[in-house]
Design a protein around this ligand. Structure first.
Ligand code: C2E
Ligand code: MG
Ligand code: MG
Ligand code: MG
Length: 284
């Protein structure tokens, strides 16, 4: 048993080293900015406003193809990138790419939408975060209100005062903030009211069994009414079924994101969807 355990741990450790090495190679290539042959890409997932059926925004989601081992799930590599600190530069690439893409859609005459970018703790805490965001906006030409950053409660709580100060600065620049995976982190209700945010994202773990789990129903409806009382928009993530969508709609959820509407897709597909407006699930 003991031996098996260590062997597993060693295998995992070796695999981590292989992935870290690959991340480093991809990152170096992406910094050389050779036009995308480095293994990182962004997919974009539509966010739908329920009242209008309109795609009002998209979330940028990072994909990585290891030079030899193919596609690696974010759940596998984001943590390694975070622990090694590489997430600061990888995240900066994602931020710049997402802003440039959002501006390209606008330049093509498509209706303006907001792009949301996930920010991890190391990235958020990094000294130059605000400058990096300002540079991504300036270089792309995207107006600040075209950008939203998704942060987690856990990230904010690592240094509450410092986080709130940074969030205020971003908000004053015109960038909006949302709390991702809401309900799974460690923020207290009393701190929530001081977050300069505009949106709560109900975590997909509460959405999964929404149709028939009374506990999840209670949590989802509580988050919706809490959000509304704090004058925030509420979005549900991971919406896959009509039943989940109907429940959320009936309880006043403002917005949704999930496979029911669209998986994360390449930017050309977003452009096509924007031309097809309004985008509603078939039976809604
Ligand atoms: P997240 O920000 O909570 O993103 C939502 C995840 O749910 C995404 O997984 C998305 O593809 C997936 N998803 C969307 N709709 C559905 C659905 O209907 N059903 C199910 N089962 N899943 C759905 P993904 O793309 O694998 O990303 C996982 C996590 O990795 C993200 O969670 C985010 O925390 C992190 N991540 C992704 N891209 C970036 C990035 O550019 N920077 C940073 N720092 N983190 C990122
Ligand atoms: Mg997110
Ligand atoms: Mg999320
Ligand atoms: Mg999540």
């Amino acid at each position: 048993n003991y031996r098996f355990y260590t062997r597993d741990m060693n295998a995992r450790g070796e695999e981590n080293l292989v992935l870290l090495d690959g991340l480093r190679q991809s990152l170096d290539a992406s910094m050389a900015d050779d036009g995308g042959a480095h293994g990182f890409t962004l997919l974009y997932q539509p966010k739908i406003e329920l009242a209008s059926g309109r795609m009002f925004g998209v979330e940028a989601l990072l994909r990585w193809e290891h030079p030899e081992h193919g596609q690696i799930a974010p759940a596998r590599f984001i943590g390694l990138a975070e622990d090694s600190g590489m997430i600061v530069d990888i995240g900066d690439w994602a931020l710049r790419t997402a802003c440039r893409q959002a501006m390209a859609w606008r330049a093509a005459g498509l209706p303006p939408i907001t792009v949301s970018v996930n920010v991890s703790p190391r990235q958020f805490e990094e000294r130059r975060l605000v400058e990096r965001v300002a540079a991504a906006l300036a270089d792309s030409g995207l107006p600040p209100d075209g950008l939203e950053l998704e942060v987690t409660e856990t990230l904010i709580m690592r240094d509450l005062a410092q986080s709130i100060a940074k969030m205020r600065t971003l908000q004053q620049m015109g960038v909006s903030l949302s709390i991702d995976d809401f309900g799974t982190g460690y923020s207290s209700l009393s701190s929530l009211k001081s977050f300069p945010i505009s949106r709560l994202k109900i975590d997909q773990t509460f959405v999964r069994e929404l149709a028939d789990n009374p506990g999840d129903q209670a949590i989802a409806t509580a988050v919706i009414s809490l959000g509304h009382k704090l004058k925030l928009r509420v979005i549900a993530e991971g919406v896959e079924t009509e039943a989940q969508c109907a429940f959320l709609r009936a309880h006043g959820c403002d917005e949704m994101q999930g496979y029911l509407f669209s998986k994360p897709v390449p930017p050309e597909r977003i452009a096509a969807l924007l031309l097809e407006e309004p985008c509603q699930p078939e039976a809604a």
